[in-house]
Design a protein around this ligand. Structure first.
Ligand code: SAM
Length: 253
């Protein structure tokens, strides 16, 4: 990052009382993607020294939990856990404190070796742990952001995030160095079902919904079937998947 830009963010962070320049990255991300709103429960993985925690607390004013290998200096209204986010012990400590989370944020970075391929692989490993923890913590419809160092495994990782959320994309922050390998992956609308758009499933229509669509279930997940009538056994093509239900159409034989 050019010195001038680095100094600008550093000075701005200092003036505003933020613990790190990274605070602005989360602010920019939230302005664009609205991942955290008032009242949300937020878990921050790789949170030290706490710049993202400060912004998360300002945005949610609710329960915020930060986890890091390093000690996080106490912050009013924020719970901190010192531990390795990849270890089952640390994960159990998080689950003891919260079980239905609105947003999981992860700015964790591995210790850099300078070997691009190795650093990329370690970053992907951490990001996958973050995705796994998020998938166990998030409410249906919950949100996710994770930092990744770019490299050849990035596309596969983004694809996997796309498979778990209604919407996912990659975002390069204006507060990151232009040459930096770091990029953020955003996931919005956590999906609790394996059903995906385009799938064809066999269902029995159980009842009629308020809008006159048939209501069927696939593994307890509601599918609204256009034109479906109670008692019909149908092949249904999934047209759209939302966090708590899906829409389908009767498939052409
Ligand atoms: C870039 S810093 C995070 C900055 C933070 N978002 C902020 O705004 O202050 C990356 C953090 O990830 C943490 N980290 C790396 N690997 C970790 C792991 N396995 N478990 C927990 N924290 C980890 C590091 O200790 C470091 O504090």
């Amino acid at each position: 990052m050019p010195r001038k830009k680095r100094d600008l963010y550093y000075n701005k962070a200092k003036q505003m009382g933020y613990r790190s320049r990274a605070s602005f990255k989360l602010q920019y991300i939230n302005e664009k993607y609205h991942l955290i709103k008032k009242g949300d429960v937020v878990v921050d993985l790789g949170a030290a020294p706490g710049g993202w925690l400060q912004v998360a607390k300002e945005l949610s004013e609710g329960t915020v939990i930060g986890v890091d290998l390093q000690k996080i200096e106490p912050m009013e209204g924020v719970t901190t856990i010192k531990g390795d986010m990849t270890s089952p012990e640390t994960q159990a400590k998080i689950f003891e404190k919260v079980d239905a989370v609105d947003t999981v944020i992860c700015d964790a970075a591995p210790n850099l070796s300078g070997n691009w391929a190795l650093d990329h692989a370690r970053s992907i490993d951490l990001s996958r742990v973050a995705l796994d923890v998020a998938a166990r913590l998030l409410k249906p419809g919950g949100n996710f952001v994770v930092k990744v160092f770019q490299g050849d495994m990035f596309d596969d990782f983004l694809k996997d995030v796309k498979g778990r959320f209604s919407y996912a994309t990659a975002y390069k922050s204006q507060a990151s160095r232009s040459q930096s390998a770091e990029i953020y992956v955003i996931g919005k609308g956590f999906l609790t079902t394996a059903l995906r758009k385009g799938a064809v499933v066999d269902v029995t229509v159980e009842s009629l919904g308020n809008d006159g669509d048939g209501v069927a279930y696939v593994d307890d997940f509601v599918v609204f079937v256009k034109g479906g009538r109670p008692g019909q056994r149908l092949k249904v093509k999934i047209k759209d998947v939302k966090p708590s239900f899906a829409f389908g159409e009767i498939a052409k034989p």
